[in-house]
Design a protein around this ligand. Structure first.
Ligand code: C2E
Ligand code: MG
Ligand code: MG
Ligand code: MG
Length: 275
């Protein structure tokens, strides 16, 4: 199978290209113009206290609605954006929009304590991430403590200067969470050195928490680890009352998942949570 795209993003038709390759190329071309065409938007998934149901934050989740292809899930276009370098533009747009939305909600009378934004490894390779975040915070006026950046274990372990960037981000007051915790290859020694505030228990451990003894053991271990390292622990993908009950009994009082709310538009967030 011919590789049809150069590193510079220049593309051409290669006769040997498979249907899948053509599809990918088409998606790439569309993706590059998605921001200017205003096809990209954010959804926000509430994060709540299990015992009180109180809103403690939201996670910003990027969405792409293409006029012909419809809604394309991030698992399909984030990897593409990473490969083509478009992730830098996209990541910046997401961060800016997320911070601005926090200020808009505030002005509309909805106080969302904190917003979590996902970062991809490729954004760390750029080097300028700390300046970008600082600029956006200044432009939007959002307090740094109300922004939490989410990175996965593999970002920390495989990105050369991630430790430096993470320390720099911490120094400007931004909070950090480790996403999908427990699924990656990570070193607990690193965890101890990093200014991380939050561990997010991956959804895969929560899914069968009341039936699979291994998942149960892993979830409990992560909760204990968080406790002993003075980190907050939030469970992802909580879909049932049983899962929520299990978490609470084992000392995890923070959750995010369909049981509480699906990711919402900015307007629906306001409608649902505004007093
Ligand atoms: P993630 O950061 O782990 O986000 C959580 C994902 O789980 C979201 O999928 C969310 O909709 C989904 N989810 C939440 N609660 C439940 C539940 O109860 N059950 C189930 N089955 N799923 C639940 P989504 O929005 O499709 O995003 C998938 C992944 O795409 C994210 O995983 C994140 O890694 C990536 N992503 C999303 N937005 C961005 C972004 O702005 N930048 C970057 N770099 N990555 C993003
Ligand atoms: Mg996340
Ligand atoms: Mg996650
Ligand atoms: Mg995930």
């Amino acid at each position: 199978q011919a590789k049809a795209r150069g590193r510079n993003g220049y593309s051409f038709y290669a006769p040997s290209m498979t249907g899948e390759g053509v599809e990918r190329l088409r998606l790439e071309t569309f993706l590059r113009r998605s921001i200017e065409k205003e096809e990209i938007f954010l959804n926000y998934q509430p994060q709540v206290q299990i015992d009180t149901g109180r809103l403690v934050g939201v996670e910003a989740l990027v969405r792409w609605n293409h006029p012909e292809l419809g809604l394309i899930p991030p698992i399909r276009f984030i990897p593409l954006a990473e490969d083509t370098g478009f992730i830098n533009q996209l990541g910046k747009w997401v961060l800016h929009e997320a911070c601005r939305q926090m200020v808009r909600w505030q002005e509309a009378g909805l106080h969302v304590p904190k917003i979590a934004v996902n970062l991809s490894a490729k954004q760390f390779e750029r080097g300028s991430i700390v300046n970008m975040v600082a600029d956006i915070l200044r432009e939007t006026g959002l307090e740094p403590q109300r922004l939490q950046l989410e990175v996965t274990e593999s970002v920390i372990m495989n990105t050369g200067d991630a430790m430096v960037f993470i320390n720099d981000l911490h120094s400007i007051g931004v909070a950090l969470a480790i996403d999908d915790f427990g699924t990656g290859y990570s070193s607990l020694a690193y965890l101890k050195q990093l200014p991380v505030q939050t561990l997010k228990i991956d959804r895969s451990f929560i899914k069968d928490i009341s039936t699979d003894v291994n998942d149960e053991a892993i979830a409990i271990a992560i909760i204990q680890l968080g406790k002993s390292m003075n980190l907050s622990v939030i469970a992802e993908g909580v879909e049932t009352e049983e899962q929520a009950g299990f978490l609470l009994r084992h000392g995890c009082n923070l959750a995010q998942g369909y049981y509480y709310s699906r990711p919402l538009t900015a307007g629906d967030m306001l409608a649902r949570w505004q007093k």
